[in-house]
Design a protein around this ligand. Structure first.
Ligand code: PMP
Length: 314
């Protein structure tokens, strides 16, 4: 798409007209908060459905408080903007919605200035990680950022330097992805995805005080495992050594979806194949995001035929 339509400071406009001065505060100091939302294309229905878009904007509405930013619209109205951007650009494939709220002052100075802007862009996005082959993960030499340095639950732009360092290091060392430990040495998450283990048929994932982002996919997996498979998830501190003895390990996130791991630090996970429970959850997740499970249709927002939205939609 040569010049896509974007949403910038309360207006829809061609991307080429959305200009920012070079001194924009967020560019220098990372003073912004963003989100990432997937939309799945259904060729048969000619529809794109945004997955849990309202929950993403609700999380964003909480996170902007860290930087004294303010969203210009309610979460419901921001879902409407995202759907309108999909329509205006006429996408016919899977998409990724990227809203960003940021400090836009042009003054040099490390404070939290008042001036702020909001933008939303939609791009085409296929797979982010290989969800089929089974990933080789490596524990990063970089520690996950601490809550009292940059809140990791905040999706704060500057905090993603931490993620980029770990993700690049992992690739440079021949791994597909990184696993962050927190400053206590407990397992936190991937560079931009949450992590689950399977031990004795039970799901385990680091609890929200381990420096993780409170992932919407993480919460979706916990719900699907409980409601559809009757499997509960233990949320607690996870030792590094548990990664090596787990029966199954997988990463999950909006971009990453559900991605099984088959090696960690060179050691085989389980039997060295994507795990059985992981694959069941991956299939369930795929069915849910593609609207094949009616009981979860309320999580989907159809962009092209909004009237088709399931009953009970929020
Ligand atoms: N952790 C981090 C650091 C992330 O950036 C993301 C992606 N938003 C996730 C986990 C997964 O969160 P979600 O499922 O809400 O996309």
């Amino acid at each position: 798409m040569a010049d896509p339509i974007v949403y910038f400071n309360d207006k829809y406009m061609p991307d080429s007209e959305a200009r920012l001065p070079l001194l924009t505060h967020c560019l220098h100091y990372g003073t912004g908060v963003f989100e990432g939302i997937r939309g799945y294309y259904d060729a048969g229905a000619g529809e794109i459905m945004l997955f849990r878009a309202k929950e993403h904007f609700e999380r964003m509405a909480q996170n902007v408080k860290f930087l004294d930013l303010h969203l210009p619209l309610s979460p419901d109205d921001l879902v409407g903007v995202a759907a309108e951007l999909v329509r205006k650009n006429g996408f016919t494939g899977d998409v990724y919605v990227r809203p960003i709220s940021f400090k836009s002052s042009n003054k040099v100075g490390v404070v939290l200035p008042k001036e702020e802007s909001f933008a939303m862009v939609v791009v085409a996005l296929g797979r982010y990680l290989d969800t089929q082959k089974g990933l080789h993960l490596g524990v990063s030499s970089w520690r996950r950022l601490q809550d009292n340095a940059i809140p990791g639950r905040g999706k704060i732009c500057g905090g993603y330097v931490n993620s980029a360092l770990a993700a690049q290091e992992a690739r440079d060392r021949g791994f597909d992805e990184a696993i962050f430990l927190n400053e206590d040495g407990h397992v936190a998450e991937g560079s931009a995805m949450n992590l689950f283990l399977v031990r004795q048929g039970r799901l385990v994932t680091p609890d929200v005080s381990q420096g993780i982002l409170e992932g919407i996919t993480r919460e979706t997996i916990i719900t699907l495992a409980q409601d559809s498979l009757g499997i509960s998830t233990g949320t607690r501190a996870v030792d590094r050594s548990e990664l090596y003895v787990a029966d199954e390990v997988f990463l999950c996130g909006t971009a990453a979806e559900v991605a099984p791991a088959i090696r960690i630090d060179g050691r085989q996970v389980g039997n060295g194949q994507p795990g059985r429970l992981t694959l069941r959850l991956q299939k369930l997740y795929e069915d849910v995001v593609h609207g094949r499970m009616t009981q979860y249709r309320q999580w989907l927002v159809p962009c092209y035929h909004p009237a088709a939205r399931g009953a009970g939609a929020a």
